[in-house]
Design a protein around this ligand. Sequence first.
Ligand code: HEM
Length: 415
Amino acid sequence: MDSKEKQEGLSRRDFLKMSAAAGVGIAIGASGLGAIMGTGKSSSTKTAANAADADKGDSIPMYGEHQAGIITPQQTYMYIASFRITAGDKANVVRLFRDWTKFSDLSTSGGTMKTGDNPMLPPSDTGETLDLPASSLTVTFGFGPTFFSDAGKDRFGISHLAPRYLKDIPRMARENIDASISGGDVCVQVCAEDQQVAFHAVRNFIRLSTGYATLKWMQEGFISATPGKTPRNLFGFKDGTANGLHDSASGYDDVVWAGKDEPAWLQGGSYMAYRKIRMLLEMWDRTSLTDQEATFGRFKESGAAFGAKGEFDTVDSSKLPDTSHVLLAKESKQSIHRRAYSYTDGVDPRTGNVDAGLLFISYQKNPEEQFIPMLRLMQNKDKLNEYTMHVASALFACPRGLREGQYIGQNILEG
Ligand code: HEM
């Protein structure tokens, strides 16, 4: 590999070698091989965040200043998977991240590896998206505290590059956290307008991790809304209204994007806070509309705050009940960018009730200042606690966006 290729981390030769080694041909969607290798790719005409007009066939570029999937308008389906790295040395972690990056590039552009020329080998792609478009697929990577240092051990010689605020979310009142579905070294959030496309991506990340990492936990979520309208959660309330308050480049700089006080690889990235929150639907459905609305301090149908008419009218805190969710959020005087998905996990065998809730995900530049005090206030006082239980938790640092030729985590592993 010449020095330029080496610097870029991923070369055309490299890519073709991977394809050849796997015995594959390459079937590519609308964008072509040139697109996959970065020549004339559609990413130059659109930025990752600019996906408001996304439809099923659209591809959202994965390259840019910020990773896609953070301020990208929410797609309908999401999978989030967290891995434990089992590779014992840095070189193997690099190998895994390069493979993941190549696959991300290919699948977000609507491409897929063909099933293979050699019938004696397993097909190199699982195949379920061969006839499907990119479907606004986005892939967002984040690193957990244990990636940098695990039980005091600097496994990959990168602990000096750990972000300022990356540590487990502290224990909260009233939570019942299951460690087996919390935390992890690396997470991948995959979102798409087509569930099969989203699952294909997460499945292939898992497949490519064989020998390098093991899957710790995985969750699937959904959220649906008429374009331009705020989606509703499983309590039937509009969820995400207040995101509009920081919907501008300067707003995202203030709320979401990590700044100069962080290691270079994180500047322009963000922290992802994750809570799996069980919602007691049966109990909620027996609660009067008056009590439901008092829980949030907003009206169910319109989404307007108490004392206001429209969903986006200014909130007057003096009109909100003392323990209402929105009042507590306002009292914290902090903003976060929420990007939550609903989940259903079948039946709770102990009660016969539906196991369902919210995969709460928020992005913020400083979890210690923004997210944690807000969570603490809510866990102590929120009327919503009567109907919810936090069962899983994680914090990940999501690097800034990639330039073509770079691989995810390169600035950490080669930093
Ligand atoms: C199952 C759990 C939860 C449900 C059902 C829920 C639901 C809602 C709803 C309906 C709203 C009002 C509309 C809006 O602005 O989006 C809201 C607002 C908000 N929620 Fe939650 N939420 C949950 C958990 C959390 C958690 C864990 C946090 C953070 C610690 C949080 C932070 C916020 C914030 C910051 C607002 C905006 C308030 C404002 O400025 O108007 N929520 N939530």
